[in-house]
Design a protein around this ligand. Structure first.
Ligand code: DAH
Length: 339
């Protein structure tokens, strides 16, 4: 019996000391000290031992179990420390490595152009107003002298919400809102989004305009031409020329379309201006007396000039962007060029 206990103790010692992991130490504990372990088997044989030998053998078994438990705990401690050390080593962070960079934001070219244009006009004494994108048919069309069956409506593919409510197709509705609310003299610009059911390489269903309106005594076409020529020189450069072509808008009479010399080639002709040397950026005119009257302003006392500028077109001309769609794609590589 004694020999047997010694043998078990010896082999337990060997196994414990060579245990490679905490898991194998735990298996060894079960193997020797567990309910069905080696010592339980020894205790079962105790019935064959003489009465005076029994306490002796019992003591030997208990001592051996104590030794094994001691060795197991010690091995566990050593392995635990080793594993912890390895873990710390493998998970170590090199704090001297450079961090991940989270690039800088920048303004969208549309935002930049709006703020440049706003700066120019506020410098010329204009104030800035803002109005709704969901607009009444009355302000977007009817009070601008575009009744329901007017052919000019065909030029603006409209998103109708109801028969009388539209997504505004032009910021010109702000002329009406301003004249109904305030008394002349007036000098405002109103930047914002407009919507038309149109989508191809040079049209987007949402785009931006800036409306301008000056109502005062003795406003003439000369004022309009002088103002817009000065504006173009400030926005592009002092050598920029303007060209006024006769046009038609129901709410202005006379009406003009305004071109500026191409900012890329200075008027010589290049791919940006399609060889013409000119870029169209504005519609403008002297406000039709009917429109003034509709807003309660006496056309015998006051006259007005108005203009509507396409921001995307202006951004394209200002920054030499060749495809309008890129303006809406929000590709960071494109946007990073504008700060
Ligand atoms: N609203 C016109 C458009 O979207 C542009 C325009 C033309 C605005 C003449 C004006 C104007 O104020 O006088 O095509």
């Amino acid at each position: 019996m004694e020999k047997m206990i010694e043998k078990i103790l010896e082999s337990a010692k060997c196994e414990i000391l060579s245990s490679p992991s905490l898991k194998s130490v735990s298996d060894t504990r079960v193997k020797y000290l567990g309910k069905n372990g080696e010592f339980t088997a020894v205790m079962k044989n105790l019935k064959d031992v003489s009465a005076e030998q029994k306490p002796l053998v019992g003591k030997l078994v208990n001592d051996a179990k104590c030794v094994i438990e001691g060795l197991l705990s010690e091995r566990e401690k050593t392995l635990f420390e080793k594993e912890l050390e390895n873990k710390i080593k493998s998970e170590a962070i090199d704090v001297t490595l450079p961090g991940k960079k989270s690039g800088f934001g920048s303004f969208h070219p549309i935002t930049l152009v709006i703020s440049e244009i706003t700066d120019i006009f506020t410098g010329l004494g204009f104030s800035v107003t803002d109005g709704p994108e969901i607009e009444t048919d009355k302000y977007n069309f009817e009070m601008l002298n575009i009744p329901k069956d007017h052919p000019a409506r065909d030029m603006q593919d409209t998103f109708y919400i109801t028969d009388d409510i539209v997504l505004r197709t032009q910021t010109s509705s702000m002329q009406i809102r301003t004249m109904l609310k305030e008394k002349p003299p007036l000098r405002i610009i109103s930047p914002g989004k407009v919507y038309r059911s149109d989508f191809d390489s040079s049209h987007s269903p949402m785009f931006h305009q800036i409306e301008g309106l000056v109502v005062d005594k003795h406003i003439t076409l000369c004022d309009l031409m002088g103002l817009l020529t000065e504006f173009a020189k400030k926005l592009f450069d002092k050598n920029t020329k303007t060209r006024f072509r006769p046009s038609y808008f129901p709410f202005t009479e006379p009406s003009v379309e305004v071109d500026v010399t191409c900012s890329e080639c200075g008027g010589k002709g290049c791919s940006l201006c399609k060889g013409t040397g000119w870029m169209e950026i504005l519609g403008a005119g002297i406000v039709n007396p009917k429109v003034l009257e509709g807003c309660g302003i006496d056309p015998n006392e006051y006259s007005a000039l108005a203009f509507g500028l396409g921001i995307e077109r202006t951004a394209i001309a200002r920054y030499g962007i060749s495809d309008m769609r890129i303006v809406f794609e929000n590709d960071k590589r494109f946007l990073q060029n504008y700060r």
